[in-house]
Design a protein around this ligand. Structure first.
Ligand code: SAH
Length: 251
């Protein structure tokens, strides 16, 4: 059996209890070494075989899984954040289907949640934005043309941009061609929840410059939108003049 597990954004105590238990009992762990905090490997048994997939191809990962499964071993495939975002899990799962190897998937705290926590922010503020756009700049992995940053930025919604901290000049320019202005608040969140976490807030017009000034070019998320500003409407859910399924209006 292969257990895909979300490691969380970095802090070792942000993995789920289920994920931690799977790490504790695994015979083989294959972890995404470029981003998973190695401190999590401290949960593994002394005799657990640990592989760093940063140095492996998909075929090599599958070879390890296949051999371990044939030997009756339990395998954990540890991905950073939640495996469902930029995790390359689908190609592994489809290959496991072909090999008739069963698997399951345990969610994790994505770094986009870790970044919100780092800025103590709420992405979906009433009166500001009720939508979060999660995307990336095209790099070696292409992005479908209809999803280009400027097209998505036309909404003026909250945006969380992954895998793009090395392209801040292009990102800033593309965002500014959308609905945002140079004054729209932005934040760079480097290594959310790690001891070396850094949060840099700046107007969008200074994003690239802020990245250079703080030496941030990878392992960071870019947050953009007026959710980072101070204006919003209070929630209806907790408004005393509103009745809900669970509470009568008091005023
Ligand atoms: N599945 C992961 C994303 C993997 S893609 C998740 O759910 O978070 C790798 C990208 O995620 C990095 O380039 C960076 O943009 C972002 N990232 C991962 N961990 C991060 C962290 N702790 N802080 C900020 N960004 C992070």
């Amino acid at each position: 059996m292969v257990h895909f597990v979300g490691a969380g954004p970095g802090a070792p105590d942000l993995i789920t209890r289920r994920g931690a238990e799977m790490l504790r009992t695994a015979d083989v762990v294959i972890y995404a070494g470029s981003l998973v905090n190695p401190a999590l490997l401290g949960l593994c048994r002394q005799d657990c075989s640990v592989y760093n997939s940063a140095q492996m191809t998909l075929e090599q990962v599958l070879d390890v899984m296949q051999a371990a499964h044939a030997a009756g071993k339990t395998i954990v495939r540890l991905h950073t954040g939640d495996p469902c975002l930029y995790g390359a899990i689908r190609e592994q799962m489809d290959a496991l289907d072909r090999l008739d190897i069963p698997y399951d998937d345990t969610p994790g705290v994505s770094s986009f949640c870790g970044a919100a926590a780092a800025v103590c922010g709420e992405y979906t503020l009433p009166g500001v934005s009720q939508t979060v756009i999660i995307t990336r700049m095209a790099g070696r992995t292409p992005v479908p043309e209809r999803e280009n940053i400027t097209a998505l930025a036309a909404h003026g919604a909250t945006m969380v941009i992954f895998l793009s901290a090395g392209m801040l000049d292009g990102l800033q320019a593309a965002l500014l061609q959308g609905a945002y202005t140079a004054q729209t608040p932005a934040a760079l969140v480097y290594k959310a929840s790690w001891p070396e976490e850094k949060v840099v807030r700046c107007p969008l017009g200074q994003l690239a410059q802020a990245g250079r000034a703080h030496g941030i070019s990878k392992t960071a998320l870019v947050l953009v939108g007026d959710f980072l500003a101070d204006e919003y409407q209070r929630s209806k859910l907790y408004d005393p003049t509103f009745s809900t399924e669970f509470r009568e209006a008091t005023v």
